[in-house]
Design a protein around this ligand. Structure first.
Ligand code: ADP
Ligand code: MG
Length: 209
């Protein structure tokens, strides 16, 4: 299973979601590879900040040839997660073509909702060649008890892509864990943040059925 985490907008939580999903899949016993396709190398930096044994492999591959290499690279892994860069269109196209499922993190802000237009266009282009490609929005950095948090799902209905029921709240633990090269489940298995990531994993499984 190849999961591309994409959005042409930066700072929406692609790397945060990629790392934390990879950690839960690994903890569930799967063999997981995280491909850092962002030339900025944030996931590689995360891996370098880590003192413990790696939970999963992380490699850097910031090239628009991922779709050509993916079969070779994915050998021996149950899940490959592609953490994609913002803006670089040829890389996004390549990551989309390499993936079975696209997850699009979006923040509950009108700017994010408008900006999602770009990635949806790229996905729609790819659907011409890849009819089986699945995609979904994952709302990230929701602020509890705010109207914008509730309205975002409705606002995203203008797009052809569904939104997951499971969403992720703005929580300090996401930044704090990253600083130590850890996933939230390693800091606190019982935390609300961990529960949210697990709920996203559960929804991925149901979505792919
Ligand atoms: P992207 O990869 O899309 O550029 P990142 O995952 O790097 O986005 O997230 C951007 C910043 O926001 C990082 O500093 C990250 O720690 C923080 N962040 C992301 N998601 C959350 C969240 N749910 N709660 C708190 N901080 C978050
Ligand atoms: Mg990133």
């Amino acid at each position: 299973m190849i999961i591309g985490v994409l959005n042409q907008k930066g700072g929406v939580g692609k790397t945060t979601l990629s790392i934390n999903l990879a950690a839960i899949f690994s903890r569930n016993g799967a063999r997981v590879l995280l491909i850092d396709a962002d030339p900025q190398g944030s996931a590689l930096d995360w891996a370098a900040a880590r003192n413990e044994e790696p939970l999963f492999s992380v490699i850097g591959l910031p090239r628009a040839t991922i779709h050509k290499e993916i079969n070779q690279i994915a050998k021996g892994y149950d899940y490959v997660i592609i953490d994609s860069p913002p803006r670089v269109t040829d890389l996004a196209r390549s990551a989309i073509m390499a993936s079975d499922l696209i997850l699009i993190p979006v923040q509950p802000s009108p700017y994010d909702i408008w900006a999602a237009d770009e990635i949806i266009k790229l996905i729609n282009e790819a659907l011409i060649y890849k009819q089986n490609l699945k995609s979904a929005f994952v709302i990230n950095r929701k602020i509890l008890n705010t109207a914008i948090g509730r309205d975002v799902r409705e606002a995203l209905e203008v797009y052809s892509v569904p939104s997951f029921e499971a969403s992720i709240t703005q929580r300090v633990i996401f930044a704090e864990s990253a600083a130590q090269g850890k996933a939230v489940c390693e800091i606190d298995e019982k935390s609300l943040a961990t529960k949210e990531i697990k709920a996203v994993v559960k929804e991925i499984m149901e979505f792919l059925k």
